[in-house]
Write a protein that binds this ligand. Structure first.
Ligand code: NOJ
Length: 584
């Protein structure tokens, strides 16, 4: 036994990423996404609100996250659940008041939680004063110049100015009636017709948004998640494009159309960065940019630009050991090349929850919503793999994003009544896409209460499926093995072991094939995820720190992991490396 302990347990070790001593919060944080409509309702109207969030912030502090990102709560007709902003400086009455926002922020800060808010600069609501004025003003007016108005093509301008499609389905152009009632110009909307795109070549638009940033920075926010960060600038001349526009893509190399990822966006973020840097404290910008490659995404986090960009390549990687390993290596290489932290994310309000994605036959594929008539995920398998995926994610160096409810193991609602759906993608695609409502169902806090404690009246803007009762927080808190306790313990260990600022090596263990399992080492911790194949026996002498599911010991005392499990273990004592390679 002693001889065994003297030699390292791995057959090879390949360094990927050095540890860092730069542990500024935005390089190492766990950020929890709150989707305000669905988090907690205080006034009983069935829609979550800011006082509801304030009242439940203790939950997030107890869970052990570092920061909260709030999806939009601004004045909005709620056509796209608040991503259609009518007033960027006001709180929609459905969510409360500015005073409620200040109270929420103060409570979060008192609990040691940073707060990131959304900024939606690509488009406004059609109810924004600017757009109303644009409609009332003639073609060629300064009011129209804030948006992308163009004359149509064809006889009488009856055809759209180009062939672009809306990401939610249908054409990306809508024709207006001129103030005199005659059929007139067209305006661009990459999303819903009620979300007209702004023209970022107009200095007035730039000034306005810098002012919006200042408005929220002055109130004390710690940063912004920038919606459609890659979309603000369109290619000159708005050329036709025959590719497909989709919000949820990335991971694979491919073409990005003339509406996305144009060079001009970077200058905007450099000036935003200067605004943030003029404030005390470490305020941050986070890019939401669905791009085709990690290297393009990394351009948003070059020095002087944003701080973080969502790693959608990780989210879109299927349940496959080789691809999982590769995306981790590529993600770290891309962000290390520009000196930025890597982010990791598995779920958000735009994608099928990873508990359900990973239970599909094509595990980890990314359907645009799931309906009752579609293949239904294997809930047990999906949850098992989701727990394993999350436990791997929380061991990776960098920033981790969690989406509300994943700490409860919530599944997607894959059998929602079509009548209940509200996502514009469902309507604009003519039902071709189920859309995103299935991941937006209000949270279950307590199993026995009406709407499982979401709202005091039991109302809920989307119906909760029966399975939510067994996922409620109150039936998981303090219960060993529950998903909630797994998250809580993993977050505490991640902090204790300083994994977020740690190093990463690829490891090969004897007898473990690379297509069956991904084995990583962060600082001295071995992180083993078994994707498929036979159970994996870890080398003798490993000490278990945490596992996503039960781990047994074989007759020789080795830990055995079955497929769909991640474990963090300490290697045999002699092979531990308390002082990993470090960069400044
Ligand atoms: C990305 C947001 O996450 C999504 O929910 C929204 O529909 C689009 N941007 C348009 O704002």
């Amino acid at each position: 036994m002693d001889a065994l302990l003297d030699s390292p347990p791995w057959t090879s070790l390949f360094p990927v990423h050095p540890a860092t001593t730069d542990a500024r919060w935005w390089r190492t944080a766990v950020v929890y996404q709150v989707y305000p409509r669905s988090f907690a309702d205080s006034d009983g109207d069935g829609v979550g609100d800011l006082p509801g969030i304030t009242a439940r912030l203790d939950h997030l502090a107890a869970l052990g996250v570092d920061a909260v990102w709030l999806s939009p709560f601004y004045t909005s007709p709620q056509v796209d659940a608040g991503y259609d902003v009518a007033d960027h400086r006001a709180v929609d009455p459905v969510f409360g008041t500015l005073a409620d926002f200040d109270a929420m922020l103060a409570r979060a800060h008192a609990l040691g939680l940073r707060v990131i808010v959304d900024v939606v600069p690509n488009h406004t609501s059609d109810e924004h004063t600017w757009f109303r004025r644009a409609l009332a003003a003639p073609a060629g007016s300064p009011e129209r110049a804030r948006y992308v108005f163009r004359d149509g093509r064809g006889p009488g301008g009856s055809e759209p100015p180009n062939n672009w499609r809306s990401i939610f389905g249908g054409p990306a152009w809508t024709r207006v009636a001129e103030p005199d009632g005659a059929p007139g110009q067209w305006y661009l909307h990459l999303f819903d017709a009620r979300q007209p795109d702004l023209d970022w070549t107009n200095p007035e638009v730039r000034d306005e948004f810098e002012d919006v940033l200042r408005f929220w920075l002055d109130r004390g926010v710690d940063g912004f998640r920038v919606d459609v960060a890659h979309g603000l600038v369109k290619a000159d001349g708005l050329p036709d494009w025959d590719g497909t526009t989709a919000m949820v893509e990335g991971g694979a190399d491919g073409a990005t159309g003339p509406m996305f990822d144009q060079e001009g966006v970077h200058e905007i973020y450099r000036s935003w960065r200067a605004v943030l840097d003029s404030y005390p404290g470490d305020r941050v910008l986070v890019a939401e940019a669905w791009l085709d490659s990690l290297s393009r995404t990394a351009r948003y986090v070059r020095p002087g630009e944003m701080h973080q960009a969502f790693n959608f390549a990780y989210l879109t990687t299927p349940w496959d050991a080789d691809r999982n390993r590769q995306v981790i290596v590529d993600s770290l290489a891309a962000s290390d090349a520009v000196g930025a932290p890597t982010t990791w994310v598995l779920s958000n309000h735009d994608v099928v929850r990873h508990t359900s994605r990973l239970g599909l036959t094509d595990a980890g594929s990314l359907p645009k919503g799931i309906r009752a008539l579609d293949e239904q995920p294997d809930a047990e398998l999906g949850l098992r793999r989701a727990r394993a995926a999350t436990l791997q994610m929380l061991a990776l160096p960098g920033v981790a994003y969690l989406y509300q409810g994943e700490e409860l193991g919530l599944p997607e609602d894959t059998a929602m009544d079509d009548e209940a759906r509200q996502d514009p993608a469902w309507f604009r695609s003519g039902g071709f896409e189920a859309g995103r409502d299935g991941c937006r169902v209000p949270l279950p806090w307590s199993a026995a209460e009406p709407s499982h404690g979401f709202s005091p009246t039991g109302r809920s803007w989307l119906p909760q499926p029966p399975s939510f009762a067994r996922h409620a927080l109150d039936v998981q808190r303090g219960v060993p093995g529950s998903t909630y306790e797994l998250y809580r313990r993993a977050l505490a260990l991640r902090r204790h072991l300083q994994l977020a600022s740690g190093s990463l090596d690829l490891v090969e263990l004897p007898g473990v094939t690379t297509s069956e399992a991904v084995v990583l080492r962060n600082r001295e911790v071995l992180v083993v995820t078994v994707h498929r194949g036979a159970p994996v026996s870890l080398p003798a002498g490993c000490d278990l720190l945490i596992a996503s599911d039960e781990v047994v010991q074989d007759g020789a005392g080795s830990l055995v992991l079955v497929p769909g499990t991640t474990a963090w273990v300490l290697p045999p004592r002699a092979a531990r490396v308390p002082h990993a390679r470090t960069t400044g």
